[in-house]
Every structure is written in structure tokens, then in C-alpha cells.
Design a protein around this ligand. Structure first.
Ligand SMILES: Nc1nc2c(ncn2[C@@H]2O[C@H](COP(=O)(O)OP(=O)(O)OP(=O)(O)O)[C@@H](O)[C@H]2O)c(=O)[nH]1
Ligand SMILES: [K+]
Ligand SMILES: [Mg+2]
Length: 364
């Protein structure tokens, strides 16, 4: 039996099994098995189709944003609107057959926007180019799930399912669980577990032949979230739901969609709300701009270094040249993250930078 059939069998068994206290850990075990088979499906050695790798498009710029959606929702039209790249758009499905990168310039940052082929149900299991598309989504810093506002919201659930199946967790942060292999087993929680229990977790660990390990759980997690931590290669990616073609629905409908969280309404055809979309992408990327300054010169305001929020002076060094960090002596910093603004503060590599800081780096 192939992996796809095994997955189907487990999914059927799970659907058949009633959810209650007595079946809880059996279901947990099935979930863990399912996760393992899905993993196998994505491994390059898998026989069931091409490798689980994405399209071979070089990452460029300061961040990557991927467009995911069913065919003909307007992904290519959007790419052509927001970037200088023209991606063919047409009224028939599967117009786009490969990944088309474009560059979105905003606040001095260069953001790579990736137009991708449309996907259909079953994409994660290797139907069509779907698996390549969802694998490419894994490399994005932000995912735009693009939807046709004239169609049912079922499309959104299907897309979420396909992304989930390749290990992408949308708008979630990594569960606070620490897990170490040891010679003796320990189990600690700092919170009361209401969605799973110790027995379920121990059963799953045993299923993975991990009898001796330390588990420290610091959040009220579900069984699925525990499996995510155990498997380890999950990607936690921010996502915006972009509803296109609002020129074709009623104002009441537009209003309703626009109110739900992480959702945004646009019309590529009528140029509605596209500026707002770009501002929201920027927000989700959580980027900061750092200006560099040479000794005795004015800061270079034309060419900022753009980094993700939470970056340190070390990240600044690495993004300029790899020789900087190893030869680092100190940095001078002016701006929000400096205590002594407007005077410079002397800081080390581990200093966290903030938006619009001005930095001078001194090497040995
Ligand atoms: N009414 C309306 N039509 C739109 C809008 N944006 C795009 N379209 C139309 O939708 C059709 C599909 O657009 P594409 O950009 O090719 O869609 P896609 O998602 O890239 O499609 P695939 O590459 O086939 O997956 C085209 O006929 C566009 O003209 C919009 O805002 N409103
Ligand atoms: K199309
Ligand atoms: Mg297209």
C-alpha cells in the first residue's frame, strides 16, 4: 500500500472514531502516524511523485511573499499591478504554469512577490503542480491566500487544509514546548493541560520510540500542536486573506468580508484598495529599516538595510558583508533603540535594533 492510501486509511479511521475521553489517546496516536506519513510524502526519496521541493526561483530582495489560490482568482493580475513584471493573465484556469517573481518596492525595501500556479484540492498529495506550489509557500515570509470574493468561502478552508498538510501553520506562533532526548524521561508542565493530557503525550512519544526524553510544556497545547513540536520542521508563517473581484459583489458582502480578521478586500480590475494591501503586507512582514553612517559622514538615507523585526547589530553586519561580524569592535547607534538619543550609544553585536535607527560599525 502506498503512502497516499495509508494516509487515506488513517483519515477514514479518524473520521469513524468517536471523540471521547476513552478514544482520546488512540486518536492522538493516529494523528502522530498521519503526520509521519505526510512527512514521508514530502521527502525527496518518495516514489509518489516529484520531490517535495518548491520551484527553483532564487530568493532575492529583503523578504518573500507568495500568492496562493485557486485558478483564475487574479493572482497574476495582482502581480502585474504591484510590480514591474508582467505575468500573463487570462479568463481560463491554469494560465500560470510556473513561479513568476516580481519586485515590490516599498519604503526603500525590495520585497519579492511570487506569482504561482493555481492549486486545486489535493495539491499537497501530489496532484498536478500543486505540491510544488505549496512547497514554495513554505519558503515565504508572508503568504497571501488569494480568494475570489464571488465564490463560496469553502475555497478558503480547502487552501488552509492543503497548506496545513505540508506543515505550514498560518498566523500561529511555535508552541512553547521544550523537548530534549535524554537517558531518563521527565515530564513537566507549567500550565494545566485542558486540550490534551500526559497519557496521550506519553503514548505518542512511545509511538516514536522516544521513551527517554525530557518534555517541558509551558502552554495549554493541543495534541496536534505537540506533534508539530515533535516533528519539528513546521513553518509558522503570517498570512493575509485577500478577497479579489469585489467589483462583482454587493456592498453588504464587501463589508462583511472586510470585517473578519486578517481579511482584506480588493479589486485588481478597478484598482481598489491595492495601496492598503501593500501597507498590510509591510505590517505582516514586520520589517525595520536601518540607516548606516560612515564616520564623519551623514547617514545614507537612500539605501537603508531592511531586516525583520527582532534583528540585532549582528544581523545588520551580516547583511552588509560577512567579514564585518568576525572583525567587529563596537557600533554607535542613534535613534529609538538608543538610550541616549540624540547622542550616540556604544553597543555590542547582540543589541536589538529598531526601525529607523542610524548605525555606525567599527571593526578591528
Ligand atoms: N471582475 C474582476 N475580474 C478580475 C479581477 N482581477 C482579475 N480578474 C480576471 O480574472 C481572470 C483570471 O485572472 P488571472 O490573473 O489570470 O488569475 P490567476 O489567479 O493568475 O489564474 P491562474 O494563473 O490560471 O491560476 C482574468 O480574466 C482577469 O481579468 C477583478 O478585480 N475583478
Ligand atoms: K487565469
Ligand atoms: Mg496566473
Amino acid at each position: 500500500m502506498g503512502v497516499v492510501e495509508k494516509i487515506k486509511e488513517i483519515e477514514e479511521e479518524m473520521a469513524r472514531t468517536q471523540k471521547n475521553k476513552a478514544t482520546e489517546y488512540h486518536l492522538g496516536l493516529l494523528k502522530a502516524k498521519l503526520a509521519r506519513y505526510r512527512q514521508q510524502l514530502l521527502e525527496p526519496a518518495s516514489k509518489s511523485g516529484p520531490a517535495g521541493t518548491g520551484f527553483d526561483v532564487q530568493k532575492s530582495g529583503d523578504a518573500r511573499v507568495a500568492l496562493i489560490g485557486f485558478p483564475s482568482v487574479g493572482k497574476s493580475t495582482l502581480l502585474s499591478k504591484l510590480t514591474h513584471t508582467q505575468s500573463e493573465a487570462a479568463a481560463y484556469e491554469f494560465t500560470t504554469l510556473t513561479a513568476i517573481p516580481g519586485v515590490l518596492e516599498y519604503k526603500g525595501a525590495r520585497i519579492q512577490l511570487l506569482d504561482l500556479p493555481g492549486i486545486v484540492e489535493g495539491a499537497s498529495q501530489g496532484r498536478g503542480r500543486g505540491r510544488q506550489v505549496v512547497s514554495t509557500a513554505k519558503t515565504a515570509d508572508v503568504i497571501l491566500i488569494m480568494l475570489d470574493a464571488t465564490k463560496s468561502d469553502e475555497q478558503r478552508r480547502l487552501l488552509e487544509y492543503e497548506l496545513d498538510a505540508v506543515g505550514i501553520r498560518l498566523n500561529k506562533s511555535k508552541p512553547d514546548v521544550v523537548f530534549k532526548k535524554r537517558t531518563t524521561g521527565g515530564f513537566n508542565t507549567t500550565v494545566k493541560l485542558t486540550k490534551t493530557d500526559e497519557k496521550t503525550i506519553r503514548t505518542i512519544l512511545a509511538g516514536y520510540k522516544l521513551h527517554n526524553c525530557d518534555v517541558m510544556i509551558r502552554e495549554d497545547i493541543t495534541t496536534d500542536e505537540f506533534i508539530d513540536v515533535l516533528i519539528g520542521n513546521r513553518k509558522y508563517i503570517p498570512c493575509i486573506y485577500v478577497y479579489n473581484k469585489i467589483d462583482s459583489i454587493s456592498l453588504e458582502q464587501v463589508d462583511k468580508i472586510a470585517r473578519s480578521s486578517k481579511s482584506l478586500v480588493i479589486s485588481c480590475e478597478m484598482d481598489l484598495n491595492l495601496d492598503y494591501l501593500v501597507a498590510r503586507i509591510w505590517e505582516e512582514l514586520s520589517m525595520v529599516k536601518i540607516y548606516t553612517k560612515k564616520r564623519g559622514a551623514h547617514p545614507d538615507l537612500d539605501d537603508p538595510v531592511c531586516l525583520r523585526k527582532g534583528s540585532t547589530i549582528e544581523t545588520v553586519c551580516d547583511s552588509i558583508h560577512r567579514s564585518l561580524a568576525p572583525n567587529f569592535r563596537y557600533a554607535l547607534i542613534w535613534g529609538k533603540s538608543s538610550k541616549f538619543s540624540p547622542h550616540a550609544q556604544k553597543v555590542s553585536l547582540s543589541h536589538a535594533v529598531q526601525d529607523e535607527d542610524v548605525v555606525s560599525i567599527f571593526t578591528k
